[in-house]
Design a protein around this ligand. Sequence first.
Ligand code: GLN
Length: 279
Amino acid sequence: MRIDTTLKDATALLETHTSSPRLDAEILLSHFLDKNRSYLFAWPEVELTEKQRQDFNQALVKRKDQYPVAYLTGYQEFWSLMFAVNESVLIPRADTELLVETALEKLAPISNPRILELGTGSGAIALSLASERPDSEIVATDLSSDALIVAQHNKEALKITNVSFLQSDWFNQIDQTDFDLIISNPPYIDPQDRHMQTGIRFEPLSALCAEDKGLADLATITNKASKYLKTNGWLMLEHGYDQGDITTEGLKKAGYKNATCLKDLPGNDRITIGQLTKS
Ligand code: GLN
């Protein structure tokens, strides 16, 4: 079958199953053809080989069940870098780029900043920061050794040298106490949330859900971080759209007097940041 008819049929097949049927079909087909998406439009009449057709059809069956496109292709773009992903790691989200952008802004006046990322998953946050700030020294942790294998692979693929990965349950294995920034996108979804019924059910639960209506890990990090930060150091946390007030209050109570919540592009409360100023 030709590229154009294959795409048309695949889009129709995915129509009622995903919110972006045409785009999903294009990304998957270009992946199995080992070409970029523009090839599909330049060469609509090219015939698929039998192997390409089979691989593509198998992927469509999984996609109909909402299995994530990024796990099917093995890659997700974040901060204009390509990150390898698999089921051991959360798929990096565009919303999380706000965390990277804010960190870069606040770190701009600091030379050779020392950064700690907690719960790095694929390494997306730490490696993006490292690529922008080659003068920084970054420690990035995860509890999952499978996630750290993916993160280490990404570090090598992106040729980044200033990040070291460490297996740790939040701060447990951290002994340095002079960080300029502690940054994290921890699990923050309430396990009862109905949103867990969608395609994110294929992502690691340990990266998504936390006890206490999703607030348990945000609270642990907020309450322990000050011990590991320099005076004037920053704490930056991603959280759910309805957790802005409670996270901001938590940071204020923990000594970050000017804690503020920032909104993501769609306009939802998304991250809370605070600076540990001297009292
Ligand atoms: N933002 C992600 C989602 O709602 C969740 C990420 C997280 O729990 N840290 O799909």
